[in-house]
Each structure stands twice: as structure tokens, then as C-alpha cells.
Write a protein of this length. Structure first.
Length: 136
């Protein structure tokens, strides 16, 4: 299992009239966590696309709203990969408030596409190589 954490402060533009983080912005937080997780692994998203010509489109999102986030809250985005990717990668995301209480959970499933052929592929070796040490 591989887990990373990153932080995001809720900006005014991300809130609704009541000062809550607008529900439609949570998927952006999943992406922030996923991109930083891959950077922590040494495979920045830009190199996946630009150097390796692989895309990771989202196939499915399952979200659970547990609590609320508000303007200026500093959130922790915890991203976890529980299984070594095969044809898909599943990222489990937890969003915690400043008291470190989980206010949101999501499961995001993505698949791998070869940008040149536009066909689905299995997880490339360059992608799984840095992950393997966490799945011994």
C-alpha cells in the first residue's frame, strides 16, 4: 500500500454563498492529491503524458460527503493506492479538516490509454516500477 498526503487551503472562489466548499469542487481535490502522489513516486503527471504518451482518464468516481469544509480551512488530502495497478488504477482519497477528522471519502478508478494508438493498455512498467516496493 502506498499513501501520501498533501494540503490545500479552501479559497474564496471555491465556496458557495454560505462559505462552504462547493460540493462540485471535491473532484479537483482528488486530482490534486493524485498528481502530488505521483510526483512523490517520481513520476510527475506531465512526464506520463509528454514523455511516455500515456493518459489516465477517469472511469468511475464514488464519493461520500461526511462533513463540511469552509473558506480558509487547510485541508489534508490523503491519497492511497491499495493494489498494484493492472489495467486500472484505483486511488482512495480521504479529505481531512484542520482537526484531522475525515470529512470526505472518494474512490477514483482510472485506466491507461496509449496516446498514440488511443487504445487501453495495462499499467506500463515505468509506472509500476516505483510502486512495487510498497506491495511486497
Amino acid at each position: 500500500m502506498f499513501t501520501t498526503e498533501t494540503h490545500h487551503r479552501v479559497r474564496y472562489a471555491e465556496t458557495d454563498k454560505m462559505g462552504y466548499l462547493y460540493y462540485g469542487h471535491y473532484p479537483m481535490l482528488y486530482e490534486i492529491g493524485r498528481v502530488e502522489m505521483l510526483r512523490d513516486l517520481g513520476i510527475p503527471y506531465i512526464t506520463i503524458e509528454d514523455d511516455h504518451k500515456v493518459m489516465l482518464p477517469v472511469l468511475h468516481v464514488d464519493a461520500k460527503y461526511i462533513g463540511s469544509a469552509y473558506y480558509d480551512n487547510l485541508l489534508t488530502i490523503r491519497s492511497t493506492i491499495k493494489e498494484l495497478p493492472t489495467k486500472m488504477i484505483t486511488v482512495y482519497t480521504e479529505i481531512l479538516n484542520e482537526d484531522q477528522k475525515i470529512i470526505h471519502k472518494a474512490v477514483v478508478k482510472l485506466f491507461f490509454i496509449d496516446m498514440l494508438t488511443q487504445k487501453r493498455i495495462s499499467a506500463p512498467d515505468f509506472f509500476n516500477a516505483p510502486l512495487k516496493q510498497y506491495f511486497v
